[in-house]
Design a protein around this ligand. Structure first.
Ligand code: ADP
Ligand code: MG
Length: 601
């Protein structure tokens, strides 16, 4: 039996459209928020009840809607923002589809009140069906209020998909945060069940912006944020990225905006990931708040009804610009910068809760503050004689000799090696602790990268070629990637079905252990055979090389060797972190040391 064709009623058509954009209360917040911003509001207030399921009220101080347009605003494909496809080419407003109010009205009880400059207010209410809209006078200051009650009251199937009040409010909170982060000049107030939950005050100065950053993303993020500002023809990127030691287990602190529109985009996320790949573990995620400004004709925003995605005309260009800009900032993290690599790495659940950066070395007596009339008087044990003698010698040395000029260097002058793991050094601020292996690994890695780029990896023939037994698959891999190995200074030939001979190795690796390195490289190449980018792989391999040839712990270093490492670190990009994003050194200032010993109280 064939059924006959009928035209859908506007209500059903709107409900179907609503299915695309109105998934939950937070989707309504997003649409209403965008309308308020498009209307130029500088003050937006949210009243939410029961996670938005019972009530969402958004009140703004924008331009308002003319009374004659109020009913029209609720019908589908009605918009004041574009008239034709040419307008879409240069779109600067957040909305343009003319669908939101109609969609929301079709699945809730909606009241729209508004007043334009120096005129009295009007309002219109609809309950599911726009045909029933009634216009009546209402007291309202300039601006617009949209009240949405009983979401999905007439579409019970959709209502079932709503989660708990708390979950729905969390979504709303996130949507508002996302927008607040990019509209610094707007004042936002958020109430849930009549309780004030958030207040983002309008921010113009840099300090106020940082305040908003920490209100929205937490104090640790703001403390670890590096400012970025870069420009290229037709492109501008600015904002904040977290230093690599502040990495996240989830990609939950990543905010990217294109021309003021929040965007999740593959090109962008790849560019950011690539910029960090050198300084962060594979399974960790960077944190950032970034704004890209680009000629609107270079980007298509009409890819998805909810407008989460964009398409760049020149995606390669945008990708490389973002990547390069971030890399420059990351490479600049040097000893002595404002963001110390010692700041704690934030992991899971510190969202919103401001946490005081805890330094791991504040153990011991400092935690027990002397209180009341109880006084701590540390008993001085006399130094053993031998040590006293040494002290005298040390003091003489230091008065007779000039203070080593290295003390004035950022990482100071090496004093000693601790347990074969740490270098202790003295600089003008106090004590410097260096993780010897991690630091050396980074220095070598940067050297390897540089030599690789300059095609200057010098290789050395081995007097006796080194033979290795491998699986057939592994040997095939070596053959397949012979040019990759060669570009890394490794000359390898096949000996048999399942063995290879290594004939030349890079000079840097002469002392290193070749066998495990080759095995790691092969495993790496096999696993990422279809890898997107060979240079990312090669960087990984160079990292493995660096790790295999960096000084192992327990190796005794002489003072000149230690100083050489400190000097090399000062000259090296990214030297604040090892290749995996762990800190390579930290500073204990004299004040911090004094605190440990309760001096000066
Ligand atoms: P769009 O935003 O895509 O144009 P909407 O359905 O969201 O479509 O809104 C329809 C129209 O109603 C808008 O084009 C705008 O003219 C008007 N409007 C909606 N909300 C507001 C507001 N808060 N302030 C002023 N005008 C508004
Ligand atoms: Mg809109």
């Amino acid at each position: 039996m064939t059924s006959r064709i009928q035209k859908l009623t506007p209500l059903v058509a709107n409900q179907i459209a609503a299915g695309e954009v109105i998934e939950r209360p937070s989707s309504i917040i997003k649409e209403l928020l965008e309308n308020s911003l498009d209307a130029g509001a500088t003050k937006i207030e949210f009243d939410i009840e029961q996670g938005g399921m019972r009530l969402i009220r958004v009140r703004d101080s924008g331009s308002g809607i003319h009374p004659d347009d109020l009913v029209l605003a609720l019908s589908r494909h009605a918009t004041s923002k574009i008239q034709n496809m040419d307008d879409l080419e240069k779109i600067m407003t957040l909305g343009f589809r003319g669908e939101a109010l109609a969609s929301i009205a079709s699945v809730s009880r909606l009241t729209l009140s508004s007043a334009v400059e120096s005129q009295s207010g009007w309002q219109v209410s609809v309950h599911g069906n726009e045909q029933s809209a009634q216009l009546e006078p209402a007291a309202h200051p300039q601006g617009t209020t949209v009240e949405v009650r009983d979401l999905f009251f007439n579409t019970p199937a959709r209502r079932k998909f709503l989660r708990t009040e708390k979950t729905e409010f969390d979504h709303i909170d996130e949507v508002i945060k996302r927008v607040a982060l990019c509209h610094f000049h707007v004042n936002f107030t958020v109430k849930h069940n009549e309780k004030l939950i958030r207040q983002y005050r309008a921010a113009t100065s840099e300090a106020e912006k940082i305040q908003r950053l920490s209100d929205a993303c937490g104090v640790p993020f703001a403390d670890n944020a590096l400012k970025i500002e870069a420009q290229a023809t037709g492109l501008r990127l600015w904002g904040w990225i977290a230093s690599p030691t502040f990495s996240r287990s989830q990609p939950d602190l990543q905010y990217f905006y294109v021309n003021g529109r929040t965007v999740k985009d593959k090109v962008v996320s790849h560019a950011v990931r690539h910029a960090y790949h050198d300084v962060m573990y594979q399974d960790r995620h960077p944190a950032f708040v970034l704004f890209l400004e680009i000629d609107p004709s270079q980007v298509d925003v009409n890819v998805h009804p909810a407008k989460h995605e964009v398409r760049f005309r020149e995606s390669r260009l945008v990708h490389d610009f973002i990547c390069r800009s971030l890399q420059e900032v990351l490479a600049d993290i040097r000893p002595g910068q404002s963001v110390p690599p010692t700041a704690i790495s934030a992991t899971q659940s510190e969202r919103q809760q401001p946490i005081e950066p805890v330094r791991e070395y504040t153990r011991g007596p400092t935690s027990q503050k002397p209180s009341g009339n109880y006084h701590v008087t540390p008993r001085q044990t006399p130094l053993p004689l031998k040590m006293q003698e040494q002290m005298v010698v040390y003091n003489q040395l230091h008065t007779e000799q000039e203070v080593p000029k290295e003390i004035a260097c950022e990482l100071g002058y090496a004093l000693a090696q601790l347990q074969g793991i740490y270098i202790l050094a003295e600089n003008t601020n106090g004590l410097v602790l260096v993780d010897m292996h991690a630091a050396h690994e980074r220095v070598l890695y940067e050297q390897l990268k540089k030599s690789f780029q300059d095609q200057a990896l010098i290789s050395q023939p081995l007097l006796v070629p080194l033979t290795m037994q491998l699986s057939e698959r592994e040997v095939n891999c070596v053959e397949q990637y012979a040019n990759v190995f060669e570009s890394l200074g490794l000359k390898i030939t096949r000996m048999s079905q399942d063995s290879i001979a290594i004939r030349e190795v890079p000079e840097l690796l002469r002392e290193g252990n070749i066998d495990p390195l080759i095995r790691d490289m092969i495993a790496d190449l096999i696993e990422h055979e279809q890898s997107v980018r060979l240079d990312e792989r090669i960087h990984h391999i160079l990292g493995t090389m660096a790790c295999h040839s960096a000084v192992r712990s327990q190796r005794k270093l002489t003072v000149p060797e230690m100083n050489a490492l400190l000097r090399a670190m000062e000259k090296t990009d990214h030297s604040g972190q090892c290749n995996h994003g762990r800190p390579t050194w930290m500073q204990l200032s004299m004040q911090e040391l004094d605190k440990l010993f309760l001096r000066g109280r």
